[in-house]
Design a protein around this ligand. Structure first.
Ligand SMILES: Cc1ncc(C[n+]2csc(CCOP(=O)(O)OP(=O)(O)O)c2C)c(N)n1
Ligand code: SF4
Ligand SMILES: [Mg+2]
Length: 333
């Protein structure tokens, strides 16, 4: 791979892959641009080696993301990229590991990997392009589809609740939990930058509208569906913090609340869970950085590996380890 320096900075063209998969207007283009902004800034301003950025994905429209980039990458099976990401992160803790997925990919078939990756606090950034549908397979309702959403698999409207991945991630103890929106590229890039620089599991769930299959009544095409999200669905955490404090907090609690929401405060996780829940009663989904807590050891720390002591760099050849291997065999006899 080429070497980039301050005099020869990396350009967008250098990290743009050959993929050309998404429908015109798909939200995933916005996520892709934000990710490229983050990579360029890591390499050009942070002097992070491009070859140490590793992208993974499963299967879905969103999982085409590694093909839209030109970085070291692995595309696996539907819902199964996280176990591979764990292996990569532990084998070489010097990498920045970014796993891309869809709401079907990760919150349905991949749910157990999602929960256990968080519980293990593996140092991976998971970016989900959440569009409430299975885009690639023609728009069936996904676990994040809101109640009442009409799709080919729910023609009379989805019955029952949608899952809220932010609540799950907070409850399971993720180090970083945020939700971005694909139409605010600068803000999304800032969120992703914080996520990739966090030591521990980071979830960035991004509302990334599917302009082909997600059809709210009267909202067809890219403009109207983005507008539907803005006007009817999302609520920024700072707005929720101001407008719902009377509903969420008691008089005593309100007396000591800071004026701004602080994702690094010791109460952040509990406040976020309560705010998400109240917003849900209004049919709204909270966005922004909800939790940033690096106090727990990462999986790498727990198993005793680090960039300087990376399994990938160990000499495991027979010659160098003959005595150890003989000892192991003797134990098994
Ligand atoms: C094991 C397995 N089950 C099912 C499928 C079929 N399949 C491919 S993509 C997909 C859903 C994609 O939805 P999502 O993860 O939300 O991604 P999107 O296309 O919406 O970005 C499904 C069910 C598959 N490829 N492999
Ligand atoms: S089907 Fe939906 S999610 Fe897939 S590329 Fe088209 S707009 Fe994007
Ligand atoms: Mg989807």
């Amino acid at each position: 791979m080429a070497i980039y320096t301050k005099d020869k900075p990396i350009t967008r063209g250098d990290i743009t892959g050959d993929g050309a998969w998404w429908c015109l207007g798909c939200g995933d283009f916005g996520v892709n641009s934000a990710v490229q902004d983050v990579i360029m800034s890591l390499v050009n301003e942070g002097a992070f080696p491009l070859e140490n950025i590793f992208a993974l994905s499963g299967i879905g429209c969103s999982s085409k993301e590694p093909e839209m980039l030109k970085v070291n990458a692995y595309q696996g099976q539907h819902g199964r990229s996280l176990p591979v990401a764990i292996g990569v992160a532990i084998a070489n803790p010097g990498l920045k590991v970014i796993d891309f997925g869809g709401d079907g990919d990760t919150y349905a078939i991949g749910m157990e990997h999602f929960m256990h990756s968080i519980i293990r606090n593996v140092n991976v950034t998971l970016i989900i392009m959440n569009n409430q549908v299975y885009g690639l397979t023609k728009g069936q309702a996904s676990p994040t589809a809101h109640t009442g959403l009409r799709t080919p698999s729910t023609p009379d409207g989805k019955r029952g609740r949608n899952i809220n991945p932010l609540r799950l991630a907070i409850a399971a103890g993720a180090a970083f939990v945020a939700r971005g929106v694909s139409w605010q590229r600068k803000e999304l890039a800032e969120i992703i930058t914080q996520a990739v620089n966090t030591n521990g599991f980071s979830l960035v769930d991004v509302f990334s509208p599917c302009v082909t299959w997600h059809r709210e009544p009267g909202a067809r095409g890219s403009g109207p569906i983005f507008e539907w999200y803005r006007q009817n669905y999302v609520m920024d955490i700072s707005t929720a913090w101001q407008s719902m404090r009377d509903q969420v907090f008691t008089d005593d609690e309100r007396a000591s609340l800071p004026s701004e929401y602080d994702p690094q405060s010791s109460e952040a996780a509990l406040s976020a869970l309560r705010l998400i829940s109240e917003a849900g009663k209004l049919g709204r989904e909270v966005t922004g950085i909800l939790l940033h807590d690096e106090s727990q050891p990462s999986m790498a720390e727990n198993v005793g590996v680090s960039p300087d002591h990376a399994p990938v760099h160990l000499d495991i050849s027979m010659d160098a380890n003959l005595e150890q291997y003989r000892g192991l065999l003797a134990e098994l006899r």
